[in-house]
Design a protein around this ligand. Structure first.
Ligand code: FES
Length: 280
């Protein structure tokens, strides 16, 4: 897990070239960088994050939701939660934002080559997992089976629904969906992602798992994976949802001695599973 990123305080200007609803209160922002930003972001890795600023309101850290191979742009899935994200939600195509990064470590995609990947995303936690999926799909023969377990409280909160057809059509790839509260059109699984995990029952042999979602979901998924025979060293998580300042200053992302924004946001569960208070 290398790629610690660019700590420059200088934001690059970026143009919003696409803004669209991704799920209820979640939009995807596609940003084309200006003034040298393309060089800074030429080789960012799945799992890294960047700061996006709404001018006059401030900036916040978000996981980058695409790979550089997919195009000369950055995608961010942003939930409307506070003043910065509300300000961003009020912007539209053609508006300018600031972007700083890339930052943080990354998923060790090189080490994953030849192995089966089980990707577990809960709600907007699917956003930093999308580049993992894109990387595997774009280099399909480098990796083993890809099993995607995707969950949300309600169908309206599932992210990247327009891409499910692409994911399902890829060789050796399966997608399993679940929600806690179905609507009348829902015809997939109902229940928690841990129940779906039990049902799909992936095998631990030559496999790694990658999880992102609410901390409590990560905790119970990781516990269940251990019961299923997965070793914590092979269970990777990104804990970016716990970041606030993203700068190592506020101390709100502490994991024992570590800070998620400085030492992560990607960890394997062997590093963090004992820190129960982090998740519950
Ligand atoms: S988010 Fe503030 S110290 Fe890490």
């Amino acid at each position: 897990m290398t790629a610690k990123g660019n700590n420059s305080m200088q934001p690059y200007l970026g143009t919003l070239v696409e803004v669209k609803d991704l799920a209820n209160e979640i939009k995807i922002f596609r940003i084309q960088l200006q003034n040298g930003g393309n060089e800074a972001f030429a080789d960012y890795k799945p799992g890294q994050f960047a700061f996006v600023s709404a001018f006059g309101l401030g900036e916040a850290p978000f996981g980058i939701a695409n790979t550089p191979e997919r195009g000369p742009y950055l995608d961010f899935a942003i939930n409307r939660l506070g003043s910065v994200t509300t300000g961003l939600h009020e912007l539209g195509e053609g508006d300018t934002v600031g972007v700083r990064g890339p930052m943080g470590n990354c998923f060790p995609m090189e080490d994953f080559k030849g192995r089966n990947l089980i990707v577990l995303g809960g709600g907007i936690g699917g956003a930093p997992l999308r580049p993992v999926i894109q990387q595997v799909l774009d280099h399909r023969s480098d990796y083993g089976n890809l099993t995607i377990l995707w969950a949300a409280r309600h169908p309206s909160l599932l992210v990247f629904t327009e891409e499910y057809a692409e994911w399902k059509a890829a060789p050796n790839t399966s997608l399993h969906l679940t929600v806690d509260q179905p609507d009348e059109k829902w015809d997939h699984n109902v229940g928690l992602i841990t129940e779906l995990l039990q049902k799909v029952a992936p095998k631990p042999d030559n496999s790694v798992t990658i999880t992102c979602g609410p901390p409590i979901m990560i905790y119970y998924v990781s516990r269940m994976l251990e019961e299923m025979g997965f070793s914590p060293e092979n269970n990777y998580v990104t804990l970016e949802a716990r970041m606030h300042c993203g700068l190592g200053k506020c101390g709100r992302c502490n994991l024992g001695e570590k800070l998620i924004c400085v030492d992560g946001p990607v960890f394997n569960m062997a590093e963090v599973l004992d820190l129960k208070e982090t998740f519950l």
